[in-house]
Design a protein around this ligand. Sequence first.
Ligand code: NCD
Length: 318
Amino acid sequence: MIAPASRPVAARRHLLGMAGLSPQDITAFLDLAEAEVAVSRQTEKKKSVLKGRTQINLFFEASTRTQASFELAGKRLGADVMNMSVASSSVKKGETLIDTAMTLNAMQPDILIVRHHSAGAVALLAQKVACSVVNAGDGAHEHPTQALLDALTIRRRKGRIARLIVTICGDVLHSRVARSNIILLNALGAEVRVVAPSTLLPSGIEQMGVKVFRRMDEGLQGADVVMMLRLQRERMAGSFVPSVREYFRYFGLDKAKLALAKPDALVMHPGPMNRGVEIASDIADGPASVIEEQVEMGVAVRMAVIESLLGDGLEAGA
Ligand code: NCD
């Protein structure tokens, strides 16, 4: 177990992104998450550290796995967890984000887990409420717990993050997962590459400290980890790729392309997957894939984050 004194980011009240976290903060989150993995593997999966605390999941964007993961994480820590479904809320009646936040704030929650379709919305909300806030994905900006769960998965398989070659492929333009991962992986000393067609690369991406490739065969060469991203068609206003078949041919991960990476390379995907679009089915289900492990690590990482923000660190000075 991790001693309370070494709990991550003791004086921190929110987790809004990977930006601004030190390598020590990140490592401390991962170390605590490691202990939480063991909790979820026990028959009795419930701790009582957060007994009596209230967690509200406020999701303005559809989500299955992330919301379920945060819900289980809160429950396994002993908190009372409420899910606010935006489809049935006053937001549909025109209430603003801040009004919704203030209403929930008045119910005295201890932590809000927020997903929103606009970049920056979660940080804005965090300024208005009295409790802790975790960003569960804001637009194309950040998704910090996804980056932490990916790092935990990699570290457990490879024993380290430093000096690994991690290739992130696909729709980087619309991906908060890519942004948070790039920041985290750079902080921990990995070599980060991105591969995408020009239309799906944000301009100036090089300034985030990545090597940019426009061809899979170049970007995958010698990679230790291949991270595939979903083609986020719901965020595309026009036509970013000629056709899904064409996209798969050039940017979809299949056996031949994966063979260019290291023989023991890991294949990752944050989900939900488009089989046959960004990843071939046999690769998604094959021996290199750690996609299900990522889901398991997601619960552990979210337990670690919630426990850190609400645990004894909070009394210590947040
Ligand atoms: C990701 C997201 O929502 O940003 N998914 C997730 O959190 N499970 C990636 C995606 O939607 O493609």
